[in-house]
Design a protein around this ligand. Structure first.
Ligand code: GLY
Ligand code: MN
Ligand code: MN
Length: 495
């Protein structure tokens, strides 16, 4: 079990009775819970295919993928649980996954290979078993006296048969994990999620965490289920952006209007039954120049721009990552529009080069060619755009220091353990999902730019999927050009 508030003592304020009268009384008188056997959820079949792929990469090796546990926010309060993405990828278990669960892919020995199994747990050369903490039962102390995991406190846990049917996986109680992890010489474990599990399989990962690496590299190309989930997250994000526009005038009346904006987006995510995939960036005025401004404690002033970078995460844990930069009054000023149009041009240039077979970094290069040319045209560069684009110059990057694209999926910055040769320097393939998000940011105290530019920050971020011969913009329905944004704001405000 990983570090969590489970480990924290609350004995200095516990009021739980310990007498036998209470103990006997609270452990009895509960109705049996009806047992249900659901049909496998939509993620079950794609997860089985992914297990087969990782199995084929590591024949004869035990593969261990922990979900991770609750993480302490402070003292005895935890953050909401979110399973390790590699675990969700291989099990299909999303927002309802149980903390401390572990997926084990056990290599099938030669003499077992002919065995017929009636479930869907055989991942070619491995047998998959999901270990999780099943219901403790109302006859236990945990049931009523453990605030971290007791069902009286945090709600019921699903039964083993229920999860087995739901995910189409063989399951076992977490209590059986330790025995299952004994006695296999060759093992790989995804590290960083569950130190206790890692400690139980000492000797694993002789060449480092190549299991996390391989899973990240498999995750680079999305299957049809994943693309549909990202699309659902993008569509839900679009609804949140509509609500923000509807509340923008109210936000200008509040001394922390950025929080009103953040709240409007979050409220829509919750109204739709979702959450957010990362902390919302609601960056008004010069805050838009801080790339990951999440403090969101500033005012929202008419005449300024507000940069909203936000994404809904759906139950499967797939997230969107969208940015729109809006004129708070509803119309761009001339200088704001000039910067905005330059960023649109950079985004369009990046989008235009995307197709299978290019190298991922070419997407960034296409956007940078425009950013260099535009900043040269504005008279900001002491050299030509061509000179600035030289690897040892890059002066235009002062106004866009971040990359143009990152993969997107179960993580907002997806596939983090993939090797550079597969990611930045990797070949773009059909089914990849990534962002295109150029920007221009002129900090309020940047003495190298004319005063009229200072404090203007613009980013436009879309989520795209690579097709057989190009790409589709999953967020195309969210207005994007300056004219479209102004018309969108008029339309939402007239509702
Ligand atoms: N929301 C963070 C990013 O765009 O990468
Ligand atoms: Mn992004
Ligand atoms: Mn973003």
């Amino acid at each position: 079990m990983s570090e969590s508030s489970t480990m924290q003592s609350t004995t200095n304020r516990s009021t739980t009775p310990t007498g036998s009268a209470f103990t006997e009384q609270i452990q009895q008188g509960w109705a049996e819970r009806p047992q249900t056997t659901p049909e496998p959820r939509a993620s079950a079949a794609p997860a089985a295919e992914r297990r087969a792929r990782i199995s084929a990469l590591h024949p004869g090796v035990r593969l261990v993928v922990p979900a991770g546990g609750l993480k302490v926010r402070s003292n005895d309060t935890d953050y909401p649980f979110r399973a390790l993405p590699d675990f969700s990828y291989l099990t299909g278990w999303g927002s309802d996954a149980e903390p401390d669960s572990v997926l084990v892919l056990e290599p099938v020995r030669g003499d077992e290979r002919s065995d017929e199994r009636s479930d869907d747990s055989t991942a070619s050369g491995h047998t998959a078993t999901l270990y999780f903490r099943g219901p403790a039962g109302r006859g236990t102390t945990e049931f009523y006296a453990n605030p971290a995991i007791g069902e009286f406190w945090v709600g019921p846990r699903p039964s083993l048969p229920h999860v087995a049917a739901d995910l189409g996986l063989a399951v076992a109680d977490l209590a059986e994990l330790a025995a299952a992890l004994e006695g296999e010489a060759d093992a790989l474990v995804v590290t960083g999620a569950d130190a206790a599990v890692e400690a139980q399989i000492a000797g694993a990962n002789p060449d480092g965490d190549i299991l996390a690496r391989d899973l990240s590299e498999l995750r680079l190309v999305k299957d049809a289920y994943e693309i549909a989930e990202v699309q659902a997250a993008v569509d839900a994000t679009a609804r949140g952006f509509d609500d923000v526009i509807a509340d923008l005038a109210d936000a200008t009346q509040h001394e922390r209007g950025e929080r009103v904006v953040e709240g409007a987006f979050h409220r829509r995510a919750r109204l739709d039954g979702n959450t957010v995939g990362y902390d919302t960036i609601a960056a008004s005025g010069h805050h838009a120049c801080y790339l990951h401004w999440t403090r969101n404690d500033g005012q929202v002033r008419p005449g300024d721009l507000i940069l909203l970078d936000a994404g809904v995460e759906v139950d499967s844990l797939y997230t969107a990552d969208i940015t729109r930069t809006l004129p708070i009054s509803g119309e761009f000023s001339e200088i704001q529009r000039r910067i905005y149009d330059a960023v649109v041009e950079a985004a369009d240039a990046a989008f235009a080069v995307v197709k299978p077979g290019i190298v991922f970094k070419e997407v960034h290069a296409a956007a940078m060619e425009v950013i260099a040319r535009k900043t040269a045209e504005m008279g900001l560069l002491p050299v030509s755009a061509e000179q600035s684009l030289e690897p040892d110059q890059q002066l235009h990057r002062r106004w866009m220091v971040h990359g143009t694209s990152h993969h997107l999926g179960l993580d907002v910055h997806d596939c983090a353990a993939a090797r550079r040769d597969f990611y930045h320097d990797g070949i773009v393939r059909e089914g990849m999902v990534f962002t295109i998000e150029p920007g221009l940011y002129f900090q309020a105290d940047d003495l190298t730019v004319p005063e009229e530019l200072r404090g203007i920050g613009v980013r436009i971020e879309d989520d795209i999927v690579v097709t057989a011969d190009g790409a589709v913009n999953l967020s195309a329905a969210i207005p994007r050009t300056a004219d479209e944004v102004e018309a969108w704001m008029r339309e939402v405000r007239s509702r």
